[in-house]
Design a protein around this ligand. Sequence first.
Ligand code: GUN
Length: 311
Amino acid sequence: MSATVLLGTEISARIKQDLATRVNALRSEGTVPGILMIRVGDDPASMSYVRQKDKTAAEIGIVSKVVELAYDTPERTLLALIGHGNEDPLYHGILVQLPLPSHINQKIVANTINPLKDVDCFHPQNVGRLLMGDPYLIPCTPHAVLQILLQANKPSYWPEGKHVVVVGRSNLVGKPLAALLVQKNLYANATMTVCHSGTRNLSHHTAQADILVCAMGSPRSIKPFMIKEDAVVIDVGVTRIEDPSAKGGYRLVGDVDHESIDDDFATIADKAAAYTPVPGGVGPMTVTMLMWNTVKAAEFQRLGAQLGVSA
Ligand code: GUN
């Protein structure tokens, strides 16, 4: 049996249509959803991600402003810019693209963004709310993983009652995904295992996963022998590798090795029930979830303004 390919591009297209309808409703009521995106330095991957976010915002009618700062910009300059964004009613969302140069403290940056405009969901207040099962916004990549599982419309892919194993304990993916899927609600209710660089016998754990989420950023390291028959495999890893034959001289590969075979000559595609490709899987969905948060933040802040509560 060959696996179903879960195309983030297709699922995104449907969600973006719904978001565009909500944006139109906001616009007709006099609120134009806006996002401020800040990039520091010229990391090629970050430049490409921010371009993609800017383009997607325009597609659905969100106004975005991209501010590009030099690599050696002092931390206080970045914090002042965020401070202005916090006060500016044109922006319902503020995003600072990671990674940041080492002289800038990422924690201070996350703490400075107004939690109501924190569309990345990095502010400790929003992380805490997620953990307690009362989220305001949901972090984009974990939300992308959840929506891919839900929107396939197959209960066998839903997290409810499943054993979900996530490999990687980053603040961006592994930890918030565990917090999201462990909650007691209809969309989650999974049994969670978080594996990381200190995990002994990784394949023992991955082979027990009904749903395996690979988020290590370690290209092609998940092999067919490491997964269970009929598992759903979600590949969050994206690494640029040099490829002179490719446009731009590089291509993107995920954490899952789609070329190798196990002792029964089976590839991941032969063994899994479904998997996400790289590119075209989680990546585009993550961008769409950022737009989801921006629309939600605009709706919330509009309501707050009507009630006389300032953002
Ligand atoms: N860098 C890689 N992923 C992300 C993300 O989701 N948000 C931000 N701000 N930076 C990133």
